[in-house]
Design a protein around this ligand. Structure first.
Ligand code: CA
Length: 303
């Protein structure tokens, strides 16, 4: 009965074929599993950061090269500080002559009187017989800066005069001469104010020590005038023009005219205002053959 299709076997057959169908039937493919997430220990770590010891330390070679040490300060045994005497009283020399001083820091040559009355005098104006005579008819600007040669006739300059006399109190000595006669006048205080008026302040005429009279106090308080700058007290004109073309603390106009024309070779009393004068010594128009203005710090006054 084998071969005989029994109902049972038919059922089995059906079951089998059903099974086959099921088995053979491609199973709906499972959706691909998402790739397993890498296990933590398998995780590819980002490459390890370089160990500190290996990290590119700012290697020394990359450091800016050390700046060179500052050169050592000069040892005390080095060159001494520059010698810059402000005036002749700070010069060590005991003989009179032309020396360098530094009234405002800049070097300037002047004549130092190191013997008269103890010395230490800085000459700021000198008139004398020489060939040729120095021209004193100068601009205000020239009077500010100074002109001439300290070995002969010269004017130190208003700027330096102001600078010096605003640092300390200065006394003034004026030497006058006519022919073989000479005399002097002393003032306890001499000061030149600031530019651009450079006002004169002179006081303390010392009668005891003076033999030439006081021809200067009259000018105290006046501004400085020159041929190109009229600051005098004469409203009708220019004292400089009337007095030889110089520069001075003219009032109306002068008792002393130190920057007038050189008149030492003129006869006395020629009656002209153009020449050098110091009127309260030998009177008006007794033209001088020498005239020197010199100053030194009051503290050095000897008597
Ligand atoms: Ca005038």
């Amino acid at each position: 009965m084998v071969g005989e299709k029994s109902p049972v076997s038919g059922v089995l057959k059906d079951l089998m074929s059903f099974r086959e169908r099921i088995v053979e039937q491609p199973l709906p493919s499972e959706p691909p599993l998402p790739p397993e997430p890498p296990l933590p220990f398998e995780t590819t770590y980002p490459s390890e950061p370089p160990l500190p010891s290996e990290s590119p330390l700012p290697s020394e070679s990359l450091l800016p090269s050390e700046p060179p040490l500052p050169s050592e300060p000069p040892l005390p045994s080095g060159p001494p500080a520059p010698f810059t005497p402000a005036d002749c009283s700070e010069r060590p020399e005991k003989t009179s002559g032309v020396y360098t001083i530094y009234p405002s820091g800049a070097a300037v040559q002047v004549y130092c009187d190191q013997t008269t009355d103890g010395g230490g005098w800085t000459v700021f104006l000198r008139r004398q017989k020489q060939e040729p005579q120095l021209n004193f008819s100068r601009t205000f600007k020239e009077y500010e800066g100074g002109f001439g040669s300290p070995s002969g006739e010269y004017w130190l300059g208003l700027r330096n005069l102001h600078f010096l006399t605003s640092q300390k109190q200065y006394e003034l000595r004026v030497l006058v001469a006519r022919g073989t006669e000479s005399a002097s006048s002393h003032y306890k205080k001499f000061q030149v104010g600031a530019g651009d008026s450079y006002k004169l302040h002179v006081e303390g005429y010392d009668k005891e020590r003076s033999t030439a009279g006081d021809s200067f106090t009259y000018h105290s308080g006046r501004q400085f005038s020159a041929i190109d700058r009229d600051r005098d007290m004469a409203e009708g004109g220019s004292c400089s023009e009337w007095s030889g073309g110089g520069g001075w603390w003219y009032d109306y106009c002068f008792i002393t005219n130190p920057t007038g024309l050189f008149g030492g070779d003129k006869p006395a009393h020629e009656d002209s205002d153009l020449y050098l004068e110091w009127r309260y010594w030998q009177g008006y128009y007794a033209y001088l053959s020498e005239l020197t203005f010199m100053i030194r710090p009051k503290t050095l006054e000897l008597g």
